[in-house]
Ligand binder design. Structure first.
Ligand code: NAP
Length: 649
C-alpha cells in the first residue's frame, strides 16, 4: 500500500473544497463509503451499525436509513480531513480478519476467505499491478530483440496482452483485420449495442475508467475506452491495421511460426514469429442462417454484427430474426422508429431486470470515484462480487430434483419464480404473449439476458412476436411454416456467431503439419486451460475453448488471468533459452476430462435447450465450468512440468 506523499496529496485534493466533497458524497454509494471509512479509521462499531441494512452487493439492495447515511458521510469527511492534515499514518490494508468482515458487510453476503487474495488483486490495492510478470533473470537485450511475438487481433484481449508484453520489453506485432482497434466493440454498431456487465468492473483492473457515463455503457463508449487504452500505452504503432492473418504454420526446424498475412493491397506475405498469441474472440464471425429464398429478398438484409449503416429503418417494416443478447438490445432500440417490427423467435430467453441497466452515473459519484482515495477500489469489489461466482452453485444439477425440465435445484427454481414473476408483471394481461415468452428450460440454460425494455417492446402496437418456424424468404418478406407471409422491407439477422468454429477461418498447422481444424473437427475445440494444445508449440490462445463466462463475471477478468499465464510461459522460454514449449498430452487430456465431467453436472449441458455454448454432440465447448476463483488459482502460476521444452537452436 502506498504510504507516500502521493497519497497524502490525494487526501488533500479530496478535502480541498468541503462543499464539493459533501456534494459528491450525496450521490456516492453507502457501501463503498462505509468501507473507506472503516479502512481509514478501523471503526468497527459503525460497521456493526450499518451492515444490517446492506442486503446484497448491488447498490439498490441497501436500506440504510437517511440519518445513518448522514453519519457515515460526516465521519468520512472528518477522517479524510485527518489524513489530509497528516494526522494519521497509513492507511494500510486492514488485517485479514477485519478485511473479511468489511467485505461481508459491504456486500451483505458471506464471502469465503479464499476470495480475499483474488479480490485484493482485482481491486488493484497494491502499489503495482500484481498481474505484471516480473523477470527473474532479465534476458540480454539481444535475446529480447531477437524474439518476435505475433498477436492476432487488436480487440480487448489483443490490447490487454500487448500492454503487458510492452511492460516486459518483449517485441510484438499485432495484426488486425479492421482499420482500428476495439474488435467486437468496434465491429458491433447495431442500435442499442452495449455491455451487460457493470462497467466499472468491465474494464481492465489496471486501467480503471471513472468517467463511465452509465452503469452499463453502450458500444461507442466501450470502443472509445479501448481506443484510449491503445493510445495511453502506445500500442497503436505496433499494430498492422487492415491486415488479416489467414494461416500460421509451425516450422519445426527453426521452431518458428510462419504467419500468412494479407494487407489492404490484397497481397499475401509471410512473417516469422517465435510465438503466436490469438486474441480473436469466440464471437467474431457472424452466423447467418441459410434460409431458402434469402437471395430473392428485394430489400436490405444484414446481421447485427455487421450493421448496415446506410439502412434507414424509419417508417420501414423490419423483420428481426433472433432473440438473443443482440436481438434483445436491437429490437427495443429500433421499435419506436419503424412502422412495424416483426420479431421471429425460435426459443425465448430468460432475462433479468436490473434497475441500474439504463441509469447514468451521477456526477458526484464520478467525482468520488476519481477523488476519494480507495472509494473506486471498494466500488469495484462490490460490482465484482455482484457479478462473480454467487450463482455458480445454483447452476449445478441436483439429480434428485423433481422437475428437471424446468429447473435444476431449489435455488434455480427460486430464480425461475422471480423471473417468471417479472415477465407476468410486464405482460401478464396478455396470455398469448405470456405463453410465448416464458421459457420451458431452466434459468441460465442459455445466456441470462438483461431486460432492456424487451417485454414493454413486445407490447407495442407496432411489434409482433412470431414463434412459428420460418419456412422461406420471398422478395417481399418472410413466410412461416403455417403459410403466413410477414411483409418486410428490411431483414435483420440477430442470429449470433459461429462460436464453435474457434479461430476459423484461419488455418493453424502445428508439428508435422497437423491442422488444428483436423484435430478439433468442425466444432470440438479443446485446449489446456483454454490456452495451449499439444503439437502446437509456442501457440497461445486468449478467450479460447472453455473460457467463456456463462455464470457471471467479466470476460476481461478471464483475459487478464490468461495474459499473466501466457507471459509466464514466454518468460520461462526466454529466461532459459528454450526454442519452444509445448503442452504435454497428459495435462491437456486430464484438464479436458475435468472440464467435461464438471459440465455434465451443469446447466449448459441440459438436454432441453440449445445454446451456442455446446456443439452438435452436446459437449460444452465455449464456457468455463469453473468459478472465477478456481480459474484464477489454476492460472496464477504456470506449471513448467506441464510442458515439454526444446533447447535453443
Ligand atoms: P445468440 O445468443 O446466439 O442468439 C441468436 C438468436 O438467433 C437466438 O434467438 C437463436 O434462436 C436465433 N437463431 C439462430 N439461428 C436461427 C434460425 N435459423 N432461425 C431462427 N432463429 C435463429 O446470438 P447473440 O444475440 O448475437 O449473442 C451471442 C453472444 O454474444 C451472447 O450470448 C453474449 O455472450 C454476447 N453478446 C453480449 C451482449 C451484451 O453484453 N449485452 C450483446 C450482444 C452479444 P435459438 O435460441 O432457438 O437458437
Amino acid at each position: 500500500m502506498d504510504h507516500s506523499s502521493g497519497l497524502l496529496a490525494a487526501f488533500g485534493r479530496a478535502v480541498e473544497d468541503e462543499t464539493r466533497l459533501r456534494w459528491a458524497l450525496e450521490s456516492a454509494d453507502i457501501a463503498p463509503m462505509l468501507m473507506v471509512l472503516v479502512q481509514l479509521t478501523g471503526d468497527e462499531a459503525i460497521l456493526d451499525e450499518v451492515a444490517p441494512f446492506i442486503n446484497g452487493p448491488w447498490n439498490f439492495m441497501e436500506t440504510v436509513p437517511a440519518g445513518l447515511k448522514a453519519k457515515v458521510r460526516d465521519r468520512l469527511v472528518l477522517a479524510l480531513q485527518d489524513y489530509a492534515r497528516g494526522e494519521r499514518n497509513g492507511p494500510g490494508i486492514p488485517d485479514d480478519r477485519l478485511l473479511h468482515r468489511m467485505m461481508e458487510a459491504g456486500v451483505g453476503q458471506k464471502v469465503s476467505p479464499e476470495y480475499i487474495p483474488l479480490i485484493l488483486e482485482e481491486m488493484g490495492v497494491h502499489d503495482r499491478d500484481p498481474r505484471t510478470v516480473d523477470w527473474r533473470h532479465r534476458p540480454s537485450p539481444e535475446t529480447l530483440s531477437a524474439f518476435k511475438v505475433v498477436i492476432i487481433g487488436a480487440g480487448l484481449s489483443g490490447i490487454g496482452v500487448a500492454i503487458k508484453l510492452r511492460e516486459m520489453g518483449i517485441p510484438f506485432t499485432i495484426y488486425e483485420k479492421n482499420e482500428t482497434v476495439g474488435g467486437t466493440w468496434f465491429e458491433n454498431t447495431y442500435p442499442g449495442c452495449g455491455v451487460d456487465t457493470p462497467n466499472h468492473f468491465f474494464s481492465f483492473s489496471f486501467e480503471p475508467n471513472h468517467d463511465w457515463t452509465h452503469h452499463f455503457s453502450k458500444r461507442d463508449e466501450l470502443w472509445r475506452y479501448l481506443e484510449d487504452c491503445a493510445d495511453r500505452y502506445d500500442i497503436r504503432r505496433h499494430v498492422r491495421f487492415d491486415t488479416e492473418v489467414s494461416a500460421a504454420r509451425y516450422d519445426e526446424a527453426s521452431a518458428r511460426w510462419q504467419v500468412t498475412i494479407k494487407g489492404a493491397d490484397g497481397v499475401e506475405r509471410t512473417v516469422q514469429a517465435n510465438a503466436v498469441i490469438t486474441a480473436v474472440g469466440q464471437l467474431n464471425r457472424p452466423f447467418t442462417p441459410d434460409i431458402p429464398g434469402l437471395a430473392t429478398f428485394a430489400g436490405r438484409a444484414f446481421h447485427t454484427g455487421a450493421w448496415d449503416a446506410g439502412a434507414d429503418l424509419k417508417g420501414k417494416r423490419v423483420a428481426m430474426i433472433g432473440t438473443g443478447a443482440s436481438g434483445m438490445q436491437a429490437g427495443p432500440s429500433i421499435a419506436a422508429d419503424v412502422e412495424k417490427l416483426t420479431i421471429f423467435q425460435r426459443t425465448p430467453h430468460w432475462s433479468v431486470h436490473n434497475p441500474n441497466y439504463h441509469r447514468s452515473v451521477e456526477d458526484g459519484k464520478k467525482w468520488a470515484l476519481k477523488n476519494i482515495p480507495f472509494y473506486d477500489k471498494w466500488y469495484r469489489f462490490q460490482l465484482f462480487w455482484a457479478s462473480a461466482d454467487g450463482l455458480h452453485d445454483s447452476l449445478q444439477i441436483d439429480p434428485s430434483w423433481p422437475t428437471p425440465e424446468k429447473s435444476l435445484n431449489a435455488r434455480n427454481q427460486g430464480f425461475r419464480d422471480m423471473l417468471e414473476k417479472h415477465i407476468r408483471d410486464q405482460i401478464g394481461d396478455d396470455p398469448e404473449l405470456l405463453a410465448k415468452t416464458i421459457p420451458a428450460y431452466p434459468p441460465y440454460g442459455k445466456r441470462m439476458l438483461r431486460d432492456n425494455n424487451w417485454y414493454k417492446t413486445l407490447k407495442r402496437p407496432n411489434v409482433e412476436l412470431v414463434n412459428d418456424r420460418i419456412d422461406r424468404v420471398v422478395p417481399t418478406g418472410i413466410v412461416t411454416k403455417d403459410g403466413r407471409e410477414h411483409p418486410a422491407d428490411i431483414i435483420v439477422f440477430a442470429t449470433g456467431f459461429q462460436a464453435g468454429r474457434v479461430l476459423w477461418p484461419m488455418e493453424i498447422e502445428g508439428r508435422g503439419g497437423e491442422s488444428l481444424r483436423d484435430r478439433w473437427g468442425e466444432d470440438d475445440p479443446r485446449a489446456h486451460l483454454g490456452m495451449t494444445a499439444p503439437g502446437f508449440p509456442n501457440f497461445f490462445m486468449i478467450y479460447g475453448p472453455n473460457t467463456n463466462l456463462g455464470h457471471g463475471g467479466s470476460i476481461i477478468f478471464h483475459t487478464e488471468c490468461q495474459v499473466r499465464y501466457i507471459l509466464q510461459c514466454l518468460r520461462e522460454m526466454l529466461e532459459n533459452g528454450h526454442a519452444s514449449m509445448e503442452c504435454r498430452p497428459e495435462p491437456y487430456d486430464a484438464y479436458n476430462e475435468r472440464v467435461d465431467a464438471a459440465h455434465r453436472k451443469m446447466v449448459w449441458s441440459h438436454g432441453g435447450v440449445g445454446n451456442w455454448y455446446k456443439n452438435a454432440s452436446g459437449r460444452v465447448i465455449a464456457n468455463s465450468p469453473w468459478r472465477l476463483v478456481d480459474y484464477w488459482k489454476m492460472t496464477a502460476e504456470m506449471d513448467p512440468t506441464e510442458f515439454a521444452f526444446e533447447p535453443g537452436r
